[in-house]
Design a protein around this ligand. Structure first.
Ligand code: CUA
Length: 314
């Protein structure tokens, strides 16, 4: 039975895969049961209650309360099971564990760019170690794409202007298809690649760049360099009377705005502050920061965020 199924479904290569498949087959099973039941009843009723003569008038049918209750309660219970089961899996997929390794993903017509914590990046390939939870932080340079790895049963939209995330724990070594699952233009069907799941040792050697002598900066180092090059440090420094708020300890904290409202300084907030500095002004500061829209790529914004976040981790 499992061998027969295996020829119809992709490999189960993440710890979600079996759970998702169980729910999927439950949904298929329930649908098939009722499709067959209703189909057979239709045929049975057509024959059993066919008109036998031109003047035949069937007797009126009375309400059958037990039947009414039955066909209300049974579907209700079934859809509640589907909802609770689906929601539980959804929450599990929604919340990455705290120790997950973060990989930055940028979608762009028509390619995927990945960057690892070591600074190594790759195009249309994603190399990950087996048995370690991986969190993808994703955004797009242009239109909506969708990061889909069938063997992991994970799919998440990659949306311009904001961050989405996805996580998985690869359980098997091998190479698995990566697809874009959102129609994004002429070469959508070519926007694909491979996820390579390798051993922990192979991954560490690869991430260090043992096989290459290209210089690498980690996202934090790249962000720090950019922070200095763009002159952010001129205003955002610890000196009293600085023009901009100091950024150490900012990430994850609550920021009071000049409107009296408060926001949490998360990725979205910092991204917005870099690209649309006028949108939210910190209490006690003037709206003087210029926009960096067009000057920094989405990958560079992610680097700046990585650097700013690092200032809160020491
Ligand atoms: Cu990117 Cu379809």
């Amino acid at each position: 039975m499992m061998n027969l199924l295996a020829s119809f479904i992709p490999a189960q290569a993440s710890h979600f895969a079996a759970d998702i498949d169980r729910l999927y087959f439950f949904l298929i099973g329930v649908s098939m049961f009722f499709t067959i039941l209703i189909g057979m009843l239709v045929i049975y009723f057509v024959i059993r209650f066919r008109r036998r003569s031109d003047d035949e008038r069937p007797a009126p049918t009375k309400d059958i309360v037990a039947l009414e209750i039955g066909w209300t309660i049974i579907p209700l219970v079934l859809v509640i099971i589907m909802f609770v089961w689906g929601a539980a899996l959804f929450y599990k997929q929604w919340r990455p564990p705290a120790d997950a390794m973060e990989i930055l993903v940028t979608g762009k017509k028509w390619m995927w760019k990945m960057q690892h914590p070591s600074g190594r990046s790759e195009i249309n390939d994603l190399t990950v170690p087996v048995g370690r939870p991986i969190r993808l932080t994703m955004t797009s340079e242009d239109v909506i794409h969708s990061f889909f790895v069938p063997a992991f049963r994970t799919k998440a939209d990659v949306v311009p202007g904001r961050y989405t995330s996805s996580w998985f724990l690869p359980t098997e070594k091998g190479s698995f298809h990566l697809f874009c699952a959102e129609y994004c233009g002429a070469e959508h069907s070519l926007m694909k690649g491979w996820v390579h799941v390798v051993s922990e040792e192979e991954y560490e050697a690869w991430a260090r760049g043992d096989d290459t002598d290209v210089a690498m900066l980690t996202p934090v180092e790249a962000g720090q360099r950019l922070f200095n090059e763009l002159g952010c440090v001129v205003c955002h420094n610890p000196a009293s009377g600085a023009m901009g708020p100091h950024l150490a300890g900012l990430f994850g904290s609550e920021v009071r705005l000049n409107t009296g409202r408060s926001v949490i300084a998360d990725e979205e907030y910092i991204r917005e502050s870099i690209l649309e500095p006028m949108a939210k002004i910190t209490e006690g500061y003037q709206p003087i920061m210029p926009t960096y829209k067009g000057q920094v790529s989405e990958t560079q914004v992610m680097h700046l965020i990585a650097y700013i976040r690092s200032l809160s981790e020491e």
